[in-house]
Design a protein around this ligand. Structure first.
Ligand code: ASP
Length: 440
């Protein structure tokens, strides 16, 4: 029998978890059994995701920066590319945060259910409150100071210090560009290897994803519903709003932000752009992996949109590693949704921290399925939202991964067009190629 695709397996896991959770509500003994023996599978799944976060950030970021090539190229094309990456990322998070503030999907949960959730994660909530107290007594430049580790080995032992790891990784990447090539080659090769190994491990973790999701959903339903199944439906209703919020955000990126960028900086019409990269977008949607889609993205951008090979081979691999607009939007919305659902108040400075950490977390997100969820943990921990809250958003995760990957790829291709156009590296006859291709 043909093996089911992973996303189908996960969808089945989710559905069965939902049904099983509902059944447990009818039989008291079964609930206890589920919490004792099934829930741990979900906990192991989440812990495994957290386990790979630090090495994943370290390796993928170091090779992402070092891939820029040499220092003069880094300062010109690199500066421009990174600038647009940061700009589109910040725009995407801002779009996400604005939408979630307006639509308030987490508030779709009634106060009572929220209280229930809060008490589930009580100890975390307490530490959140004391952390908030601590923040009040800090100086204005403390976030900058906090970015710099005083001991990198210590920083790598704590997921909560990921910003410090990111800071160090960028420095290593830049330094690698400046040391003699043959000396740097070993280090670069090492991190390239680590990156591949971690991506493999993420694939292993994804093997238990259907079971992890089943366990998480089933135990979540039991814990939230308590004696009242009505509450489980309320959670699902809130989740639907959350999914709609993320998808609307992605849609706004595709129909406003990228078209404006492309129109302003190039002669390509958005519809032509869209037609040119459509196969790459579809592949991104079905594989949930920017990395897997990269060869097709490069091919389409060069052959259909007329971007030179030099620009495409520089911007796109870098983009597939560090430019994740869909992911950052998703992380921003998810962090606020979880906070809203748990009834946690986020101050303005927490929201700014979310913009900063989601920008950096998206940079550190590998272009593989589910990586954005791993990195979400970092955003949550940075603002003191209990990481266990990701259990809340596991249900629509797979669908949102597909959609956000599609946006990630569209973002990379848009930046490639803009850089090529401003560098004079865009073939003016691209539209002829497009027409020839379509009629053939
Ligand atoms: N799957 C996404 C990508 O490959 C990353 C993510 O999980 O957000 O672009």
């Amino acid at each position: 029998m043909k093996k089911l695709a992973l996303h189908t397996q996960i969808l089945i896991g989710m559905t069965l978890g939902l049904i099983f959770g509902m059944v447990c509500l009818e039989f008291e003994g079964l609930s206890g059994f589920t919490l004792d023996f099934i829930k741990p599978i979900g906990t192991i799944f989440i812990r495994s995701l957290k386990m790979v976060a630090v090495p994943l950030v370290l390796a993928s970021l170091i090779i992402g920066v070092a891939n820029i090539g040499d220092v003069s190229k880094l300062s010109r094309m690199g500066g421009k590319t990174l600038g647009i990456f940061v700009l589109t990322t910040v725009i995407s998070i801002t779009v996400g945060l604005s939408l979630v503030a307006v639509m308030k999907p987490g508030h779709k949960l009634p106060e009572e259910t929220r209280q229930n959730l809060m008490s589930l994660y009580d100890s975390n909530a307490e530490s959140q409150i004391s952390a908030a107290e601590e923040v009040k007594t800090r100086g204005p430049l403390q976030p900058l100071i906090d970015m710099v580790p005083d001991n990198i080995f210590f920083a790598t032992t704590q997921n909560g210090r990921m910003l410090q790891v990111v800071f160090f990784a960028i420095l290593v990447g830049v330094a690698l560009l400046q040391v003699p090539k043959q000396k740097g080659a070993t280090v670069l090769g090492f991190f390239n290897g680590i990156n591949d190994v971690i991506i493999k491990i993420v694939q292993y973790i994804m093997l238990i994803a259907p079971y992890g999701v089943f366990a998480l959903i089933a135990s979540l339903i039991i814990e939230i519903a308590g004696d009242n199944p009505e509450k489980a439906w309320e959670l699902l209703y809130a989740l639907l709003w959350y999914t709609i919020t993320v998808v609307i955000g992605m849609f706004l990126m595709m129909i406003f932000v990228y078209p404006i960028l492309i129109r302003y900086f190039s002669k390509i019409k958005y519809l032509e752009f869209f037609r040119g990269i459509r196969p790459a977008m579809l592949l991104g949607f079905s594989t949930s992996s920017s990395t897997a889609t990269l060869p097709v993205t490069m091919d389409r951008v060069e052959k259909q949109l007329g971007v030179s090979e030099e620009v495409s081979s520089f911007v796109l691999p870098l983009g597939a590693t560090i430019n994740m607009n869909g992911t950052s939007l998703y992380q921003g919305v998810s962090a606020i949704f979880i906070a809203q659902a748990m009834g946690l108040e986020l101050t303005l400075s927490s929201q700014i921290t979310i913009v900063l950490t989601a920008t950096l977390a998206a940079v550190g997100t590998a272009g593989v399925p589910g990586a954005g969820l791993v990195m979400l943990v970092i955003v949550l921990e940075a603002v003191g939202i209990p990481a266990a809250g990701i259990a809340l958003i596991m249900a629509p995760e797979r669908i949102l991964d597909m959609v956000r990957t599609m946006v990630n790829i569209t973002g990379d291709a848009s930046v490639a067009v803009v850089v090529a156009s401003t560098e004079g590296e865009l073939d003016p006859d691209f539209d002829k190629k497009l027409t020839t291709e379509q009629s053939s």
